[in-house]
Design a protein around this ligand. Structure first.
Ligand code: SAH
Ligand code: SF4
Ligand code: F3S
Length: 433
């Protein structure tokens, strides 16, 4: 039999990266090998993101490009997976007949069967339970591995497609997660990054058969000796319970970094967004967590130009950022999404949106620069995860999640070391052993 090749491209969030790893594992099991050359591929998978309009446009432009390649390689099957597949399944096949299969984020375990037995070309069922039972888990990285513990969302923020693309909230049982984590560390992985669109809403079945929260799960994972670091993302403020906050003080394997999106620093806008929390609620969480873990590094997400956002609302967002001081944050211009409650309104002019985004990003970049600079000549622990572009260069992350590089003749890959920071920019640190 001739060797078959799979090409896969991941768009969007870390959960899609995790899903792409699982799709690869499913096809490796069928004898496929990975290729980064589409023209060689028997199977091309685009694992797509629906979160903003731009993300979707990128997918369609890639499909157009792949169509040309497909003309010279008629045996290649093209699969659109992920959140665009879920949201636009039938439309994709209509718009791009060259797409052979469309499969959503909760049914991609069926892909090998769909392809080899030419079964129904579109599958968008929400089969979370069945999916996880049928996946294969092999580690793909050397030292740090994503592990999805929770799927979907029941929060329905007015702007967001996730509840529709990923489906209702679902938590995996603790036993299954422990088995998967042990598998990764047995291959040398030292850091486990727990993933979920609402990761801190986790409520899986514990070892005792009772429904258990994220702090319980983190404590169980930390009992695995070879797990050295644990992270989790993304959290929602209303699920930031005391037990999880206290875990940051009590569990030394839990890294002092919290990605906690707020979206806006204006209560008026938060209400319109259906976020279910206020700015004050968020500040209370920051106080509580800094009280038990003073060095916690805070990160967030912001949307600017949300419908009806006034200058005053935006000013409040800027003031909020100044108050909290984020070590990093992601910010986006509002993009109206089909099927969401906010879809029909987009009344802030583009130049205003752009100006707000630029002001907000300057402030965030400045905070990140000052934060990184404060590490100069200090010692901090780093896990070296990959080789850099230059010879003898290694790239890792500090306990606070800052990207850090080093030039060293020693083999530092997958080592956790206390290093001295010798240089800093707003996006990275340089260090010496
Ligand atoms: N589950 C996470 C993140 C969801 S998506 C949470 O609850 O925060 C990641 C980020 O994309 C969001 O935090 C938000 O800032 C941004 N985002 C989501 N929908 C968007 C939209 N319609 N327009 C612009 N940004 C959006
Ligand atoms: Fe989207 Fe809101 Fe759910 Fe986050 S909490 S995934 S922003 S609906
Ligand atoms: Fe995008 Fe789906 Fe993730 S919409 S952000 S890939 S959950």
């Amino acid at each position: 039999m001739t060797q078959k090749f799979i090409y896969i491209k991941s768009y969007g969030c870390q959960m899609n990266v995790y899903d792409s790893n699982r799709i690869k594992d499913l096809f490796f099991d069928k004898g496929y090998k990975l290729t980064d050359d589409i023209s060689k591929a028997n199977l091309t998978v685009l694992n797509t993101c629906h979160i903003r309009e731009k993300a979707v446009e990128k997918v369609y432009s890639d499909i157009g490009r792949i169509n040309k390649i497909k003309k010279n390689n008629e045996n290649m099957k093209l699969v659109v997976a992920g959140c665009v597949a879920q949201a636009e399944g039938i439309e994709i096949k209509k718009r791009s007949p060259s797409v052979d299969f469309v499969v959503g984020p909760q049914s991609y375990h069926k892909l090998p069967d769909m392809i080899h037995n030419h079964k129904n070309p579109i599958n968008s069922d929400f089969l979370q339970n069945e999916k996880f039972k049928n996946l294969i888990f092999n580690s793909s990285k050397i030292s740090s591995e994503f592990l999805s513990i929770q799927e979907g969302c029941d929060k329905f923020c007015s702007f967001c497609v996730v509840p529709y693309t990923r489906g209702p909230e679902f938590s995996r049982p603790v036993t299954d997660i422990l088995i998967e984590a042990k598998k990764y560390v047995s291959k040398g992985v030292k850091e486990i990054i727990l993933l979920g669109q609402n990761v801190n809403a986790y409520h899986g079945i514990g070892l005792d058969g009772k429904s258990r929260d994220l702090s319980y799960l983190i404590n169980k994972i930390s009992e695995i000796e070879d797990v050295k670091r644990i992270r989790y993302m993304t959290s929602h403020p209303i699920d930031m319970k005391d037990a999880l906050i206290n875990a940051h003080a009590e569990n030394s394997k839990l890294m002092p970094f919290l990605h906690l999106p707020i979206q806006s620093g204006s209560n008026t806008i938060l209400k319109k967004m259906n976020r279910k929390h206020t700015v004050e609620d968020y500040l209370k969480i920051v106080d509580k967590i800094r009280n038990v873990r003073p060095d916690i590094a805070m990160s967030s997400d912001f949307i600017v130009g949300y419908p009806d956002e006034t200058d005053k609302d935006f000013e409040n967002t800027m003031k909020f950022i100044e108050k909290v001081k984020f070590v990093i944050a992601y910010s986006f211009i509002y993009s109206p999404r089909p099927g969401t409650p906010a879809q029909h309104k987009d009344n802030i002019e583009k130049p205003i949106k752009k100006a707000r985004l630029s002001a907000l990003q300057s402030l965030l970049n400045h905070q990140q620069y000052l934060y990184n600079k404060s590490f100069l000549n200090k010692k901090v622990e780093v896990l070296f995860e990959k080789k850099g572009r230059q010879d003898n260069q290694f790239i890792g992350r500090t306990i606070y999640n800052q990207s850090t590089f080093i030039n060293s003749k020693e083999k530092l890959l997958n080592k956790i070391l206390k290093v001295k920071i010798t240089n800093s920019t707003n996006f990275a640190l340089e260090c010496q052993v």
